[in-house]
Design a protein around this ligand. Structure first.
Ligand SMILES: C[S@@+](CC[C@H](N)C(=O)[O-])C[C@H]1O[C@@H](n2cnc3c(N)ncnc32)[C@H](O)[C@@H]1O
Length: 367
């Protein structure tokens, strides 16, 4: 009834280890999967589980030792699922899936996620409501640039919608949050901003961040509504990009500069939206088919009226030909300045029958 795991103790390389190496582990799993008796297969699973638990407790044990590529927690979880299965067929199915996850890859078309190990990607959000408690302040990331987004936004987008060495275009670079993430994750990127000050800040941030994968990050001083995207890409010897991120000013909520071309100085909402439309039209020409555009934007109040700026901007991208894939609602925290005014806003909200803004949107579109 027992399995070869008992023999593991006798191996020379890893004496006293419950599991000697990756291949033995896979072989034992395969052997169990081949059983035709439910009691026998479950006894095998129990033995494997005991060995795994023992291994995970032993000093210095890590999945790297075993090169299993997966945490013990996940392996134990998967085996327990197989153990709880009612039928032999189901039990074999779960074990087979575990073996596949350790031996084969199923890589996505537009990312590097291995779908045979999808359960491992616990950090990747798939719900449309994002509650992010804390801004990532690691490395070069900082909240110094007023109006920058939290790094988790580009990080999530890059992981799901790009592959290693893909090109990312950020049409509103700001302090370079997207490009810092690209540098971390091994993506190439072009960031455009109208403001020379913003570019300086982005450059300083990028210089302060490691570039282990030799990502190319290009900073461009231009008006995103007017630039020829095709000509821009030619400069870097590429004809298309694989992800576009747009984080425009939320019209006039924060004034970024005195420049009249700055969208935060757009005299009317129509002119602001026409700028968004021009960019959407422009990037449509250079984004690969099947790839994604993300627009990060919030709404605003004007004279006691809620202006659904986000949805208007979303509509402009759709008019440009993009297919809407998701509307994500993300929380945002009070900035320090607002904190002191919290009571005042609450009072005004109660009095005026409105709500205090606590969210913004990430609209996702497929080209
Ligand atoms: C909301 S911020 C982007 C922040 C950025 N995501 C970050 O994390 O730092 C918007 C940026 O758009 C820039 N901007 C405004 N109008 C522009 C235009 N017409 N072309 C290019 N950049 C523009 C502003 O200078 C500002 O840096």
């Amino acid at each position: 009834m027992g399995i070869d795991l008992l023999d593991f103790d006798s191996t020379l390389e890893r004496k006293n280890k419950a599991i000697p190496d990756r291949q033995s582990f896979i072989d034992v799993l395969k052997k169990a999967t081949a059983r035709e008796d439910v009691n026998a297969i479950k006894q095998d699973i129990r033995n494997i589980l005991d060995a795994l638990k023992q291994e995970s407790k032993s000093a210095g044990a890590s999945n790297d030792n075993l090169q299993l590529g997966q945490g013990f927690e996940f392996l134990i979880e998967s085996l327990e699922q197989a153990l709880d299965a009612y039928s032999l067929e189901r039990c074999k199915y779960y074990l087979g899936r575990l073996v596949r996850s350790l031996t084969t890859e199923k890589i996505g078309k537009i990312n590097d996620l291995n779908m045979n190990r999808w359960k491992e990607y616990k950090d990747i959000i798939t719900d449309s409501l994002w509650i992010v408690q804390k801004r990532d302040r690691t490395g070069a990331h900082n909240a110094g640039y007023w109006g920058n987004f939290i790094p988790q936004i580009p990080q999530q987008l890059l992981k799901r919608y790009t592959k290693n060495k893909d090109w990312v275009l950020d049409t509103f670079l700001g302090s370079g949050t997207t490009l810092i993430e690209c540098q971390r994750l091994g993506r190439n990127a072009i960031g455009i901003d109208l403001s020379v000050e913003a570019l300086k800040e982005a450059k300083a941030n990028l210089d302060g961040e490691k570039n282990a994968s030799d990502s190319k990050v290009e900073l461009v001083n231009a008006d995103s509504t007017e630039i020829s995207y095709k000509e821009l890409l030619e400069k870097y010897n590429i004809s298309s990009v694989q992800l576009v991120i747009m984080h425009p000013p939320y019209w006039d909520i924060i004034k970024f500069s005195e420049n009249s071309k700055d969208l935060s100085n757009a005299p009317t909402m129509e002119s602001f939206l026409s700028g968004i439309r021009k960019i959407a039209d422009g990037v449509y020409q250079v984004l690969d088919k099947g790839r994604y555009l993300a627009i990060v934007i919030g709404d605003k109040y004007s004279k006691g009226e809620w202006i659904p700026l986000g949805f208007y901007a979303m509509s402009e991208a759709m008019k440009a030909g993009f297919k809407l894939k998701s509307t994500i609602v993300k929380n945002f925290d009070n900035t320090k300045g607002k904190q002191s005014q919290q009571d005042l806003w609450r009072y005004r909200a109660l009095l005026g029958g409105f709500y205090v803004f606590k969210h913004e949107y990430i609209f996702l579109f497929e080209r």
